[in-house]
Ligand binder design. Structure first.
Ligand SMILES: [Zn+2]
Length: 98
């Protein structure tokens, strides 16, 4: 689905998280609800916004560390390559926030 050059670029820039992010895109686990981008993870779902993700990886990453979590990378790549499953629903309705 991705060119070798693109894979290399992502890996170089984001390392392991980049690889994980690409895996997520490959299996189409990036969903676009009407209100949020949502990444379906192995044990949970995560809401991703431009500079924010609800996962622990993001929460505990150092602010100086701009290697974002795999979900943010996944959303970024999915947007770029237009590989997003659109869901015709509001995520807040499907899964109310705590
Ligand atoms: Zn995340």
């Amino acid at each position: 689905m991705f060119s070798d050059a693109f894979l290399q670029h992502i890996e170089l820039e984001y390392g392991n998280r980049g690889k994980k992010g690409l895996d997520i895109v490959n299996v189409r686990r990036v969903k676009q609800y009407k209100d949020y981008f949502v990444v379906v993870g192995e044990s949970d779902e995560y809401i991703v916004e431009d500079e924010f993700c609800t996962c622990k990886d993001f929460l505990f990453s150092s602010p100086k560390n701009d290697a974002k979590c795999s979900h943010m990378i996944a959303v970024k790549v999915a947007k770029q390559k237009d590989i997003i499953d659109a869901v015709d629903a509001w995520y807040q309705d499907v899964r109310p926030l705590p």
